[in-house]
Design a protein around this ligand. Structure first.
Ligand code: G1P
Length: 310
């Protein structure tokens, strides 16, 4: 094929502008399901093994190629900002005591300077409102959303976490992407639920969605599991501030409107998702992640065996 400098530049400009570089992480929730633990500690900072839940989510986003993290916070969440900054005294003490492995591990987790933004939601008006609060920082480009209650494990055949699989699907189909999980039908009323169009297996066309359907009315058992790729057109829709389930501005309702003019694909995540917004999911995540850790797995398995009497 003859080389065309102008075309190549044009194509690479398009590729650049469509690349998913930024992610929104809504972290303003009050964490009422985890009181009293979350009275003064943000729920996103509770730990799964020795990493805050939110760090697991940022790890997933970084692995998927995200370069800028937009945290939509609220009052009493200042410690999240500190977590993603240098801890000067701690770093200095670790170095002086020769704990270089620990020091380097902290450095490796640190996003680059300027790669984080923090904005405040001010009032708890719903997930759609939280995402809308990030509009100026995201600007006019497609972006990812990661709900920090959900953490995912790369233990499927694809060996990647959920956001990486969503970005792959975005590169194949364009438009908008929603990750989904199967749940028992009697749990669907707790989530957003999608309905299926043409099914390609790992991905499928979405031809409808509903937030928190009344019991027995869900269009499928595929729930919206907290990873999205969205076009910036969602912001003008959310700006209208229309209220949905629970009197809140729902992201699902905004996406439903966007689906009138843009395609949406679902991704059946090949791996495991843990809902750390529920006590059971949080405890299970701790066990599952501990069993994946080479330094803990063997002795922890023995403890579990002893506890459960197997
Ligand atoms: C939110 C979304 C919902 C999604 C759920 C996943 O609901 O609105 O569509 O299924 O997260 O956890 P929330 O948990 O904030 O009620």
């Amino acid at each position: 094929m003859p080389f065309c400098g102008a075309c190549q530049t044009f194509e690479s400009t398009i590729a650049m502008s469509n690349r998913i570089r930024k992610a929104v992480l809504p972290v303003a929730g009050l964490g009422t399901r985890f009181l009293p633990a979350t009275k003064s500690v943000p729920k996103e900072m509770l730990t799964v093994v020795d990493r805050p839940v939110l760090q697991h989510v940022v790890d997933e986003a970084r692995e998927a190629g995200i370069e800028h993290f937009v945290f939509v916070t609220g009052r009493n969440k200042g410690v999240i900002e500190d977590h993603f900054d240098i801890a000067y005294e701690l770093d200095d003490t670790l170095r002086q005591r020769g704990k270089l492995k620990e020091y380097e591990a902290l450095l490796a987790d640190l996003p680059k300077a300027g790669a984080t933004s923090f904005t405040r939601q001010q009032s708890p008006l719903g997930l759609g409102h939280a995402v809308w609060c990030a509009r100026d920082i995201i600007g006019d480009e497609p972006f990812a959303v990661l709900l920090p209650d959900m953490i995912t494990m790369a233990n499927g055949k694809r060996k990647s976490r959920c956001l990486a699989q969503c970005i792959e699907a975005y590169e194949a189909h364009g438009g908008n992407i929603i990750a989904v999980e199967e749940v028992p039908m009697d749990q669907t009323h707790q989530y957003g639920v999608v309905s299926l169009g043409a099914d390609h297996g790992h991905t499928f066309e979405i031809n409808g969605m509903v937030e928190k359907p009344a019991k027995g009315t869900a269009p499928s058992n595929l729930i919206i599991s907290g990873r999205y790729i969205l076009g910036p057109e969602i912001f003008d829709i959310l700006e209208k501030g229309e209220r949905g389930a629970g009197g809140e501005i729902q992201l699902t309702d905004g996406m439903k409107v966007l689906a009138g003019s843009q395609p949406f694909h679902g991704v059946r995540f090949d791996g495991k998702t843990y809902d750390c917004g529920s006590k059971l999911g949080f405890l299970t995540a701790n066990v599952a992640f501990a069993l994946e850790r080479p330094d803990l797995a063997e002795s922890f398995r023995a403890e579990i065996k002893a506890l459960s009497g197997f």
